[in-house]
Design a protein around this ligand. Sequence first.
Ligand SMILES: [Zn+2]
Length: 294
Amino acid sequence: MDYSLTFQIEGLAIRGRLVRLGPALESILLPHDYPGPVAEIMAETVTLAATLGSALKYDGVFGLQTQGDGPVSLMVADVTSTGAMRGYARYDDVRIKLLDNNTGAPVPRLLGAGHMAFSVEQGTHTERYQGISELDGATLADCAHHYFRNSEQLESAIWLGADMGKNKSAKGALAGAIMIQRMPQSGKDTEDEEDGWRRAVAILSSLRRDELLSNDLSAEDLLYRLYNEDGVRIFEKHKLFHQCRCSEEKVINTIKSFPLEEITDDDGSAHVTCEFCKQVYAFSANELKSIFDT
Ligand SMILES: [Zn+2]
């Protein structure tokens, strides 16, 4: 668990990525103590970010964000080219409690109407690319498909799933995704290509959640089970892990942009909590004085 790998379906001009998350996902979710439905859609969001972000070719950060008018108003997840992941959600506890127990389509129910945005930051000399798509679909995977169809991406299909463990919290959470992309210009007859692509998508949609998330089935065995007929070649596996990028230095830079009286408690000290990892940065009145004096 906690890796991404790329593969190629040999007989067809199709590349793919597989992501499986376990302990790293649990570590991202647990400090927030999310209600079950929020934890589950966050697990999928982190997994989707890890899947789309594993295509980063240079040092950088891939970010995924959703904003909507539903009970979960904001979700943010990002992943660096070294495999460090983090994420958080903002939600309305009262509205989450009011949801009935029936498991309707998660996106309209939890996120509501809104949009999904993608960003890539690659150092100082490369620009920040941002794609935006409406939250159009029943599931996050549907929303990703909507984005693929409406952007100039390669033709793509994704299967995304999460299992939040026995008590539906984040303890023992597992999530995974397989994404396939049709490569351009294979030189083959296009009708064959079209058939091959349709077959690969049909095989992907036959995947069961327990297969994708099974600890007993290796990634190699899983991909072989799906695509052995055409032949599947597996490339390097990359480790994914939970690591926040917050630091005291960044927090100091942020608080300096606010008027001192807006951030201090009654005793003149200040406490800043990182939204991603919940780490608290505490500053005494004296420390703040020297920060604001420089
Ligand atoms: Zn942090």
